[in-house]
Write a protein that binds this ligand. Structure first.
Ligand SMILES: Cc1ncc(COP(=O)(O)O)c(C=O)c1O
Length: 418
């Protein structure tokens, strides 16, 4: 069977595909490996109880369940959910937006496919544009969504070393190149894989740069405020006509319902909705249906602030303390955990690559993600790309603890055998 150029892109190995396979296989393997590799959010009992209650209410209401599962929404998505989101963003942040500024998709992965291919790729016969990722490392899920080759241009970060084996990446504005080839700027905040939160000052400088060059600034808010609020820094969320904020219900605890939210100027929302009509007719309606009451009452913000954030914050503190104890004597560093579900570990001058470390850990029953996947668009040689791994702390404490101990033992052995 002959494959088109488009088909060939999917015939070889794909980072995100391997990751999702590992994750899926881990869930059914016996004995199950210690799964510190995926991006699955925790099953937070109080939040799950709320969604169960909400589903029971839907089932109890005559005709409500049938309406939820039995109808297509418009390509823009559930009108009532969009109106509730508009109110929430107006009340919480004072954003000046209306229903024409919000479109739903089948998960934010889906949103990025639409948006990136809208702003980058081929422009007529001779011009091409790229997505600028101003702060590598960046989310693995972006890496293959471009329909054209050479789709990303990424910028190496500045590294600030803090106390207690902690470091932080910052945007290196000196080396940030915004040529005519850039079609949009994008970053995740909090960042997957590092847990970094790009500061308000950095965001403002990027906004200013984007608007000066007439390109949109895309902010991936999958872990940010007001929901799911897996963010431990106080930051000011921004939106304006030149900014596109992407959100999702996944990390709130509903990854199975595939609901993404795009907040943008009307023209972008119209195009995103038309893309949805072509690629999937309509966004799923179950996620919006289940979350509607929480959004319209504003409860979603309270739950995110009072339940979700403290839940993850206590897990990350535990994990950091454990690593600092068990790795003492080793030249390790942890990216300052400011949000999201991950610890990004840097093993400077590690005698093997992070990919080899991943293989060794897999043999010992722990799954992590090798850091080299997270540098889409950064082609220059840089040893650092092969010195990091991403581990999630969203799993049960016992699993995280065991997994981190095995990682610490392995890494200590590697350094001592040098
Ligand atoms: C930074 C970031 N953006 C987007 C996504 C995609 O989320 P979803 O497609 O489930 O909404 C993820 C998922 O892990 C993520 O970590």
């Amino acid at each position: 069977m002959e494959h088109s150029d488009f088909g060939k892109r999917f015939a070889g190995k794909i980072g995100i595909g391997e990751l999702m396979d590992d994750l899926g296989n881990a869930l059914v393997a016996d004995p199950a490996p210690l799964m510190l590799g995926g991006g699955n959010p925790s099953h937070v009992p109080q939040v799950q109880a709320l969604f169960r209650k909400r589903m029971e209410a839907i089932l109890a209401e005559p005709g409500e369940f049938e309406r939820l599962i039995g109808n297509y929404d418009t390509p823009q998505g559930s009108k009532s959910f969009i109106e509730a989101l508009v109110e929430l963003f107006r009340n919480e942040f004072g954003w000046n937006l209306g229903p024409e500024n919000i479109g739903l998709t089948n998960g934010s992965q889906n949103s990025f496919f639409y948006l990136f291919n809208l702003f980058a790729g081929r422009f007529g016969d001779s011009r091409r544009k790229k997505i600028l990722l101003p702060l590598a490392p960046e989310y693995i899920g972006y890496s293959e969504v471009g329909l054209e080759k050479d789709f990303f241009q990424a910028n190496r970060p500045e590294i600030s070393r803090l106390n207690d084996h902690i470091f932080k990446y910052q945007v290196d504005f000196e080396s940030l190149e915004l040529t005519d080839e850039v079609g949009a700027i994008c970053f995740s905040r909090p960042t997957n894989p590092t847990g970094n939160v790009v500061t308000d000052e950095e965001v403002n400088r990027l906004r200013e740069l984007a608007s000066r060059h007439g390109v949109p600034l895309v902010i991936d808010n999958a872990y940010g405020t007001p929901f799911p609020n897996i963010i431990y820094e106080d930051v000011r969320p921004v939106w304006d006509e030149n900014t596109i904020v992407c959100m999702s219900l996944s990390k709130l605890g509903l990854p199975g319902l595939r609901t993404g939210i795009v907040i943008a100027q009307q023209e972008v929302i119209q195009i995103v909705s038309r893309m949805t009509s072509v690629f999937s007719l309509a966004p799923g309606g179950v996620g919006p249906g289940l979350a509607l009451d929480l959004v319209s009452s504003g409860e979603i913000t309270r739950i995110s602030r009072e339940i979700i954030r403290p839940f993850y914050e206590s897990k990350v503190k535990r994990a950091v303390v454990q690593l600092q104890e068990e790795m003492s004597g080793v030249p390790f560093a942890i990216h300052k955990p400011e949000g999201a579900l991950f610890l990004w570990l840097w093993f400077e001058d590690l005698p093997i690559t992070s990919r080899e470390l991943y293989e060794r850990l897999k043999k010992k029953g722990v799954l992590v993600v090798s850091g080299h996947y997270f540098f889409p668009g950064l082609d220059e040689p840089w040893r650092h790309k092969d010195e990091c791994i991403r581990v999630t702390y969203a799993q049960d404490d016992e699993v995280v603890e065991k997994g981190l101990s095995i990682i610490a033992d392995e890494v200590k052995q590697l350094y001592s055998s040098q």
